[in-house]
Ligand binder design. Structure first.
Ligand code: CAO
Length: 425
C-alpha cells in the first residue's frame, strides 16, 4: 500500500518564523520529486521548498502568510509506488510513514535589490519572484523584468507570468510595428480634434531603418561612453592636405581621419571588431576592418561600408567617402555596398551638437558618434591654452564590452587622434 509521508520545512539556516509567500500545490495535485511545494521569504532571500519524492498531495498544512521554521509540517504526500527520495536526501530514512520525509536542498535566490538608476538593462534578475516562478518564466522564455507583479510587495506570481504570455501572444501587429511584451499599446489619438493636421507617409528607407533601429535599441543593452579628443594638430594638417587635394576634387573632411583612427583603435581592441553570433554564445572576431558610415539622405539614413580601412591612406579614404555619400544621396547605393561592416561611425560634426547616443548597428558591437569640434580652454603645463576639441560618443553592447573596456577604447582613440604620428602606424 502507498505510504503517506510528512514533508517538513528543511534546514533553512538560522532563519525562524519565515513567511510563506506562495503555496504552489493543493490536495490532489500530482507532484514530481524536486517540484516546488511552497516558497518562503526572509528579508535576505526567497526559498523554494521542493518535494522530496513524487506522489500525490494529500493535505496542505500551511497557507500564505503563515510563519514557519525548520521542522514545521508543510504537506503530506502519498508517495508514488517505488518513488525514491530525491538524490540530495537519499541517505536519510524514507520508509517510515509518520517520519518526516527528507527534503532536498531548498532552492534559494537573493532578495531583489533596487536596480541602479543607470543600469542599462534588466535580465529579470531584479524582479521580485520566487525560484519556482523564475524557473516557470525561464521555461516559457519570459523576461521577468517585463512582467508586472501583482503579489504582495510587487511580487510576480504564476498568474502574472501566464497573463503576460497570453497578452504577448494576443498582441498582434500595430502601426508602430507591434506591441512589445508587457508594454502598453501605442496611443491612438485623433490629432485632428486639436487642430489642422496632415499625414506624411514614412519613406521606404525610414520604414526599413526604423524597424532595424527599433530592434537594436530594444535588444542591445547600450551604454554610451563620452570623450573629447584634442584634434588641433590633426585639423592643421587636414587643412594643408585639403588645399592640396582640392584641385583633384577630393574633399578631406575630419571623417577620413576618424575612419583611420577607428581602424587603428579597432585593431588594438579586437573585441570591438566583432559580432555576437546568432546563439549569443560566441563572439566572432573579424580579421578585416570594414567600417560603415551613416549618411543622411533626403529619404532617410543609409550606411554604406568602406572596406579594409586599415589598409588605406587618408586621401584614399576621403575619396571613397565622397563617392559613397554621393552614391547614397543619388539613390545609387546597392544592398551589397551596405553589407559586411564591423563598426559604424555616425558623424553629425558637419551639423552641430555636443554629444549624442548613437544606436548600435546590429550585429556590430559598437558605434562611434562624432559631434562638432570647438575651441576650448585646456589646462596644459600650468596655463589654459586654446585647443580644438572633438566630442566623441561611443555606444557599445554591454553584453560584450565592459565599462572599463569602453573607456579604454575611447581614451585610446582620442590619443590616436591627438597624436598624428599614430595614424601612420
Ligand atoms: N567638427 C567640426 N566640423 C566638422 C566636423 C566636426 N566633427 N565634421 C565635419 N565638419 C565640417 C567639414 O569639415 C565640412 O566643413 P567645410 O565645408 O567648411 O569644409 C562640413 O563640416 C561639412 O562636412 P560634410 O558633412 O560634408 O562631410 P563629413 O565627411 O563630415 O560627413 C557624411 C560626410 C556623409 C557623414 C555627412 O554628410 C552626413 O551625412 N552626416 C550625417 C550622418 C547622420 O545622419 N548621422 C546620424 C545617424 S543616426 O540618425
Amino acid at each position: 500500500m502507498a505510504e503517506i509521508k510528512n514533508v517538513v520545512v528543511p534546514d533553512i539556516g538560522n532563519f525562524k518564523d519565515v513567511a510563506v509567500i506562495e503555496v504552489a500545490v493543493k490536495a490532489g495535485d500530482k507532484v514530481s520529486a524536486e517540484q516546488a511545494l511552497i516558497s518562503l521569504e526572509t528579508d535576505k532571500a526567497t526559498i523554494d521548498v521542493p518535494a522530496p519524492f513524487a506522489g500525490v498531495v494529500k493535505e496542505v498544512k500551511v497557507k500564505v502568510g503563515d510563519k514557519v521554521s525548520e521542522g514545521v509540517l508543510i504537506v503530506t504526500i502519498e508517495a508514488t509506488a517505488g518513488a525514491a527520495a530525491a538524490p540530495a536526501a537519499s541517505s536519510a530514512p524514507a520508509s517510515v510513514a509518520a517520519a518526516p520525509a527528507p527534503v532536498p536542498k531548498p532552492a534559494v535566490v537573493a532578495a531583489p535589490v533596487a536596480a541602479a538608476p543607470t543600469a542599462p538593462v534588466s535580465s529579470g534578475a531584479s524582479a521580485h519572484a520566487s525560484p519556482s516562478i523564475r524557473r516557470f518564466a525561464r521555461e516559457l522564455g519570459v523576461n521577468l523584468a517585463q512582467v508586472g507583479g501583482s503579489g504582495e510587495k510587487g511580487r510576480v506570481t504564476k498568474d502574472d507570468v501566464q497573463n503576460f504570455v497570453k497578452r504577448s501572444l494576443a498582441g498582434g501587429g500595430t502601426s508602430t510595428g507591434g506591441t512589445l511584451p508587457g508594454l502598453l499599446p501605442w496611443p491612438d489619438v485623433d490629432f485632428a480634434k486639436f487642430g489642422a493636421i496632415e499625414a506624411k507617409p514614412l519613406s521606404r528607407i525610414k520604414k526599413i531603418s526604423g524597424a532595424n533601429l527599433h530592434r537594436n535599441w530594444v535588444m542591445i543593452p547600450h551604454v554610451t561612453q563620452f570623450e573629447e579628443a584634442d584634434i588641433s594638430e590633426m585639423e592643421a594638417f587636414r587643412k594643408e592636405l585639403g588645399a592640396e587635394y582640392a584641385k583633384q576634387n577630393i574633399k578631406i573632411t575630419p571623417l577620413a581621419f576618424m575612419l583611420k583612427a577607428c581602424a587603428i583603435t579597432l585593431k588594438h581592441f579586437p573585441d570591438f571588431n566583432a559580432s555576437l553570433d546568432a546563439s549569443g554564445e560566441n563572439l566572432i572576431l573579424k580579421k578585416y576592418i570594414h567600417i560603415g558610415v551613416a549618411v543622411d539622405t533626403p529619404d532617410g539614413l543609409m550606411v554604406p561600408v568602406i572596406r579594409d580601412v586599415d589598409q588605406k591612406g587618408i586621401v584614399q579614404l576621403a575619396k571613397e567617402l565622397g563617392e559613397v555619400s554621393a552614391k547614397a544621396r543619388d539613390k545609387k547605393i546597392t544592398a551589397a555596398d551596405m553589407q559586411g561592416g564591423c563598426f559604424t561611425i555616425s558623424s553629425l560634426g558637419g551639423i552641430g551638437g555636443t554629444a549624442f547616443t548613437p544606436i548600435i548597428n546590429a550585429p556590430e558591437v559598437a558605434i562611434l558618434g562624432v559631434s562638432r569640434s570647438s575651441m576650448k580652454p585646456v589646462w596644459k603645463d600650468g596655463e589654459f591654452v586654446p585647443r580644438l576639441m572633438l566630442p566623441l560618443s561611443l555606444s557599445y553592447d554591454h553584453r560584450v564590452v565592459d565599462g572599463a573596456a569602453g573607456a579604454r577604447f575611447t581614451t585610446y582613440l582620442a590619443h590616436v587622434l591627438s597624436d598624428m604620428r599614430r595614424l601612420a602606424l
